[in-house]
Design a binder for this molecule. Sequence first.
Ligand code: NAD
Ligand SMILES: O=C(O)C(=O)C[C@@H](O)[C@H](O)[C@H](O)COP(=O)(O)O
Ligand code: ZN
Length: 414
Amino acid sequence: LVVPQFQTRHQERQRHVGKLGMADEGSITVSTDKYDIVKVDLDDGRDYPIYIGTGYDDGEAAQLLQSHIKGSKVLLITNDRIAPMYLEKYEQLLKQDSDLQVETLVLPDGEEHKTMEVLQKILDKSLECALDRKATFVALGGGVIGDMVGFAAAIYQRGINFVQIPTTVMAMVDSSVGGKTGVNHPLGKNMVGAFHQPQCVYIDTETLSTLPDRELQSGFSEIVKYGLIRDAEFFEWQEEHIEEMMARDPQALRYAITRSCQNKAAVVKADEKEAGLRATLNLGHTFGHAIENYSGYGTWLHGEAVSIGTAMAATMSARMEWIDADLVKRIYTLLERANLPVELPVDSPMTRESFLKLMSVDKKVANGQLRLILLKGALGNCVFTGDFDEDAMVQTIDEFVAECSTQPKKEKVA
Ligand SMILES: NC(=O)c1ccc[n+]([C@@H]2O[C@H](COP(=O)([O-])OP(=O)(O)OC[C@H]3O[C@@H](n4cnc5c(N)ncnc54)[C@H](O)[C@@H]3O)[C@@H](O)[C@H]2O)c1
Ligand SMILES: O=C(O)C(=O)C[C@@H](O)[C@H](O)[C@H](O)COP(=O)(O)O
Ligand SMILES: [Zn+2]
């Protein structure tokens, strides 16, 4: 197997590839006919590749995956929805022509199971199998599995290696990259966790063929996010190609995933532990996490809640005249074309107080001061700040909790 060396520039490939602009900063990408490799460039020898491809042949897949496993034991972890579709395949790939001892663990599916109790099952299984510090966990699934397995890897025997095999758009474009791992707490989303980077991210976009539309579209909200916070050209590309993405056009999906990973890798390289810049990846999340928690984890998909949160952040930014109404309209239009929600349902029980209470425990709060990611200036620019008009925030929340869905908000803002 010849794994191409990292190069400094993405090659011009097909009509979906535009100029990389901001996306390429700090991330190094090489493309072959079969797959792209985006390198997450970290210090202390912790660099790792994200392989983004489709239909790898078995020999190639086995060698790529095994090359990132240093010890002799692997615990391959997935959930009971994914296991019937993909567990055997990946178990075989890990074992193929190797002496690796591969154990498997199947967890219950769903955001409501992203808990310490379920994570404990990973630790139990690891000890039952006598896994030592050279063992590797492999996370096979969406963001829930990836976040939990990553966190278990961070704390098992004070930290072991893990590999991400994301199987949702959300996990491919965002959660598998960058080392944010953790579980939910009844009082707040992702409140317990650690930064712990994987050894590699292995994406086979063929797994998306079994992903339902709702889950597919949920991942698009994080793709929109990259355009809004730092990559205007990518946002414009999405405006042109969203229908192809919705129709699962393989080239469009590959391009959207690769460019998202480039953006994420660049932000993570610049600010791995979220001292500042990385917080911009949280656009829409302070509102979104409040919605996810209040409605009960799993009621809204993460990307759906983030979509409403993004609409709220855009609306609030426009209220303060930080962005113009035309941009708000473009954001609403793109999210709606991706079939994502941009408002709470008519019968939502959320109140101003419930938003404010949940937002007060957001992880970006510093010394009691809430800080938000807001859009400011031209498309592709945002700020992470506590210096905003609180009335504008409260009025935005009021607008979203009070109004019914008969009048699209974009018309009100415009
Ligand atoms: N760590 C990060 O940086 C980060 C970033 C974004 C999101 N997240 C977290 O990720 C989670 C959301 O991830 P998600 O949207 O992938 O949800 P998920 O993991 O719950 O997956 C969505 C659903 O699709 C199923 N599924 C997964 N792959 C499938 C496939 N190929 N075919 C058919 N069904 C499949 C899952 O079993 C699940 O039912 C949230 O907990 C969110 O907080 C973390
Ligand atoms: O990688 C990051 O940093 C992100 O913020 C990505 C987000 O899309 C993701 O949902 C993340 O889990 C949210 O982080 P949190 O710190 O707000 O829990
Ligand atoms: Zn997110």
